[in-house]
Every structure is written in C-alpha cells, then in structure tokens.
Design a protein around this ligand. Structure first.
Ligand code: FES
Ligand code: FES
Length: 398
C-alpha cells in the first residue's frame, strides 16, 4: 500500500489527500472515486457529478496540474498528488478572467457543467498559443453542456486567450502536452503533436499463440439477447463470422476469417477519445450444445491501451415457441489510458447498447433483410441521457 494510505479495521482506507494546497485526512472505501470523496468527505461540492462514466466532464479537476475526471479516478490513487478543485481556483488569475468572460458572454445557464468547463478552459487558456476557435472546440469536446449551445463558452474562452496574448502573456512552457483530460492522448491534437504515428493497419495484432494460456479476467458480466427465430438458425448465423462482424457496432474484419481464427478491429469513441483496437480472436464451438467460446486480445494503434477478453455463448429455446435466447458470459481486462473507461458500470451499459444493436441487426439478417452495418460504438448519447437524468433529479431536489 502506498504512502498516504492506511486500511482501518472496517476495511475503509484512511487517506491523506492534498486538496487545494491543504492536507486532508479522510476515510473512504478502497473503491471510492475522487469525486465522491471531494463532495462527501471534504464538502467540496463545486465538483459536480453528471454521468459518472467519464464522458460529460462535469467532474473535471486538476491532478498535479492536469485536467482529470474525478469520477474515474480512485481517491486512493491520489495519495501524494496535488488535487485542485474549482474552489481552489478562487484566487487564480486565469480562472478569474474566465469567470468574468463566462458572465459577459452568457456562457452558462443552469451552471451544472460550469465547474468542469472552467477547469478545462483554464487548461486551454494556459496552453493554446492563440485563440483558435477550432482548437478550443476540440479541447472542450470532453465537457458537455446541455443548456448553452457552446457558442458563449467558446467566445468566452477564445476571448480570454486573445486578451492574454494581446497583453504579451504567452502559453506556458510544456504547452505541447496534448489537449484534453488525462487519458485523452488519442485525439486529433495529440496525434498532431506526436511524430508520425504508425498507421493503425500496420499495428501488429496479438499473436494467436498468446491466447492459448489461462485467462483470468479482471471483470465479468452476463448479458442475454432474445431473438424471434429458432435456436438452430441463430446458432448457424453465429457460426458465420463475417455476418456476426457485420452486425456488431464498430467491428471490422481484416481479410477473410479462418475456421477458428479471426483478425480485425473494434472502433470505440468515448467523448474526446477515439481508439481502434486491432487484434485476433480464437473461436471454439460445440455444435451439439449450441454453444461456443471466443477468446481475443488486441491493442490500440499506438499500443498504449490493450484489452483481452473472452465471450462464452449458449443458444437455447426462448420464452416463446420458435424463439431463441443467447446467453453471453463476458470476461475482460483493459489496461493503459483507456482503462479509466473500463469501469464495470460503464462497460455493462455499453454492452447493453451493443447487445441491443447486435440483436436488431441479427434479427434483420435472420429475417432476410441485410441493412447497413451499424456505426462505430459511440456512448456519447448514453452519457448524455445519464446526464439529463441526473440534472432532472438534481432540479427535482432543488
Ligand atoms: Fe465525471 Fe461525467 S461525472 S465525466
Ligand atoms: Fe452547461 Fe447547464 S450551463 S449544463
């Protein structure tokens, strides 16, 4: 256990956190995220929680000077780090200029997004060389606002940057750090600031032999899909890898699959973060039991995030005659920057969306209709829905 952490008899951790320049001692569950500890342990309620899935940006704070999602950061991982919340920016010169500009430009209405927006905007003001509207929009793309339409926010931020540059205040040293929160290393600006990246197609997929050993996933969940077609027909379609890939949002195949091995990728978009995982999977089927197992491993184009997973599936008769139920047991491990988006709650929500889309297109194929392939997986709408629900609940309590 690292310095600054101690486990109590109740299983809670005694945490020593430096927040806004002051050392605090709080107790928290090992699984507590920083947002909860700030709000409930330290009463710093300026940090808002919207989606709690890493997409809306309402919870953005500074971790050692870099914007980070408090809802995705374990409080226990912050021992020894300097945490700055919006309250800690009261006396900050840039934040003061931004607050005045937000007022002037009507850049807030309900204000729910504003603390996270200010923290992210301050980072842009410090680092962008000039008031480039497109780069401001890209830099703020990880912070969602349901009220303003963003125009006032963008005007406020570009105005502060332009005014500071006109006063001869340049960007900070180290401003070349990619825009966006911790983990947003795969965005457009990040790519532009790196040496020419290895094309995604050239990234080496995981070796099939790597998939032969034991696999103990970090997370597991179960999912079921009901289809209005006989189990045998559903199982036969699941044996057709190309058809399955065509039904799976964001899936692309690299060449023709072999009988038990497939190579391809999965495109994922999460707020400002976009990644294409490429890899290989091995497939084993039990024709008599109408079941199978798919085991795969892959990494993103830069090789910074990697995933390994296993899906076990079984097709059985559904609740009504002539229908089928597909039970899925999914285990996965996600490492690297994108692991902050691998929280079980988020993955289960995404799996639910993928399963619903998969079932819809699978059903269309079984019915003889071959529609367009579903688009890349984009949980933006899911997060926005969650944020709307939170705001509605919050307003109801106010
Ligand atoms: Fe953290 Fe939405 S609450 S990103
Ligand atoms: Fe941005 Fe309301 S002002 S969510």
């Amino acid at each position: 256990m690292s310095a600054g952490l101690a486990e109590s008899a109740t299983g809670r951790m005694a945490l020593a956190l430096t927040v806004n320049g002051r050392l605090h001692r709080v107790e928290a569950e090992p699984r507590s995220h920083l947002g909860d500890v700030l709000r409930e342990g330290l009463n710093l309620t300026g940090t808002h929680l919207g989606c709690e899935h890493g997409v809306c940006g309402a919870c953005t704070v500074l971790l050692d000077g870099e914007p980070a999602r408090a809802c995705l950061t374990f409080a226990g991982a912050c021992a020894g780090a300097a945490v700055t919340t919006v309250e800690g920016l009261d006396e900050d010169e840039v934040a003061a200029e931004l607050r005045a500009a937000f007022n002037r430009e009507h850049a807030l209405q309900c204000g729910y997004c504003t603390p996270g927006m200010l923290v992210a905007a301050r980072d842009l003001v410090l680092r962008l060389p000039e008031a480039d509207e497109r780069r401001v929009r890209v830099g703020l793309s990880g912070n969602l606002c349901r009220c303003t339409g963003y125009a006032g926010i963008v005007r406020a931020v570009t105005g502060v940057i332009a005014a500071r540059r006109a006063r001869g205040i340049g960007p900070e040293a180290g401003a070349a750090r990619p825009l966006g929160p911790v983990g947003a290393r795969l965005g457009e600006a990040a790519a532009a600031s790196r040496p020419p990246a290895t094309p995604a197609r050239a990234a080496a997929p995981a070796a099939v032999s790597d998939l032969a050993g034991d696999f103990a996933p970090a997370h597991r969940f179960a999912q079921a899909i009901d289809l209005a077609h006989p189990p045998e027909a559903v199982f036969a379609l699941l044996n057709d890898i190309e058809a399955v890939a065509a039904c799976l949002p964001g899936a692309v195949l690299a060449g023709r699959p072999e009988a038990d091995t497939v190579e391809g990728g999965l495109q994922v978009r999460i707020g400002p973060i976009r990644a294409t995982f490429r890899g290989r999977a091995r497939i084993a089927r039990d024709e008599a039991g109408l079941s199978g197992r798919v085991r795969g491993a892959g990494s993103d184009a830069g090789g910074r995030s990697a995933t390994e997973g296993e899906i076990r599936y079984r097709v059985s008769p559904g609740p009504a005659p002539g229908t089928a139920r597909v039970d899925l047991d999914v285990g996965y491990t996600l490492t690297g920057p994108l692991a902050q988006f691998g929280r079980p709650g988020l993955v289960r929500d995404l799996a639910g969306r993928i399963a619903a889309e998969f079932a819809r297109t699978l059903d269309a194929r079984l019915s003889g209709a071959v529609g367009p392939a579903p688009a890349a997986l984009d949980p933006f709408r899911l997060a926005l829905g969650l944020l709307r629900a939170r705001l509605a609940a919050w307003r109801g309590r106010a």
